[in-house]
Ligand binder design. Structure first.
Ligand code: ATR
Length: 281
């Protein structure tokens, strides 16, 4: 019997999950596995989710715009998905699909891989943004022992709602104009907005208040080096690009479906970059 898994989104043509999982399926010789794209409109999502087992799927990834709808439609969740009220991975259990969320795991695993000497527990983390990605990253940083979270968002009320809803223990919301004081003494700066993406605006506030030990990272990976990362690098700060978060968030799903913990390697990174038309310098 074929073990079928899919990635569900709308639109789904640009998803790189099939490339990642099919690379691993080939690499580890999982002969009975199949990983497909599944384009599902928002109005059809709940019905499709119910039909997945009948269609032979043993798992799925859930992407934009369905992560919250998946949470709402499922009865079983792991602790992280329950906290975030958003699901990006479905795993079949004897009681039906369990919804999980591996975005925060992917974020932390990427930093561990690319900045091995750096620790999230060493000082305050500054997060720019207040969307779904911010929630996953804030919860993961708190779980990893970050002593303080400082959140800057264009719409301050959204950042305040995020702090309240996630019951973040040691978080403070800053105005955009207060960036200097947020960055002062920080251990990490992460952009979780779409700013810096090709065709979008850039983050423009000064990074001068960041200590020399601070790490700067971005969840945007098109371009691989965003304006924020380039400025941090020129200032002599350590930087990590966002592509690894995409690669690492896929690991727990593959392991749950196929019983093999896959590795994020330079070969996989090069494959995804080539698909994006990027040659790494
Ligand atoms: P997701 O849930 O996928 O993370 P989202 O909810 O649309 O996406 O969040 C996008 C983030 O980028 C938000 O923090 C948004 O700020 P607002 O909450 O003020 O909307 C931020 N963002 C997008 N465009 C921006 C811009 N031009 N300037 C500042 N922030 C921007």
């Amino acid at each position: 019997m074929t073990r079928k898994v899919c990635v569900i989104g709308w639109p789904i043509t640009h998803s790189r999950s099939p490339l990642i999982h099919n690379f691993w399926i080939g690499k580890y010789g999982v002969e009975d596995a199949l990983y497909e794209r599944f384009a599902v409109r928002p109005e059809d999502f709940a019905a499709t989710l119910r039909d997945l087992p009948k269609l032979g799927y043993i798992g799925a990834n859930i992407t934009v715009p369905h992560k919250e709808a998946a949470f709402a439609a499922l009865e079983l969740h792991d602790a992280t998905a329950r906290r975030l009220k958003a699901v990006n991975t479905l795993v079949m259990t004897p009681k039906g699909f369990e919804g999980r969320n591996t975005d925060g795991y992917g974020f932390i695993a990427n930093l561990r891989e690319r900045a091995p000497g750096w620790s999230p527990a060493a000082g305050p983390a500054v997060l720019i943004g207040a969307g779904g990605a911010t929630r996953a990253i804030a919860a993961a940083l708190e779980a990893e022992g970050a002593p303080e979270l400082r959140i800057i968002n264009r719409t301050k009320a959204r950042a305040e709602a995020l702090v309240t809803e996630l019951e973040l223990r040691n978080a403070r919301v800053y105005e955009w104009e207060e960036a200097n004081s947020a960055l002062s003494g920080a251990n990490l700066l992460v952009n979780t907005t779409t700013l810096g993406m090709n065709g979008e605006g850039e983050i423009e506030f000064s990074l001068e208040m960041l200590p020399r030990s601070a790490l700067v990272t971005d969840i945007v990976y098109t371009p691989l080096e965003t304006g924020l990362l380039a400025r941090a690098r020129l200032q002599g700060l350590a930087t990590v690009d966002g592509l690894g978060m995409l690669l690492h968030q896929a690991v727990p799903g593959f392991e749950a479906w196929f019983g093999i913990r896959p590795e994020v390697t330079a070969e996989l990174r090069a494959l995804v970059l080539a698909d994006m038309g990027i040659v790494e310098k």
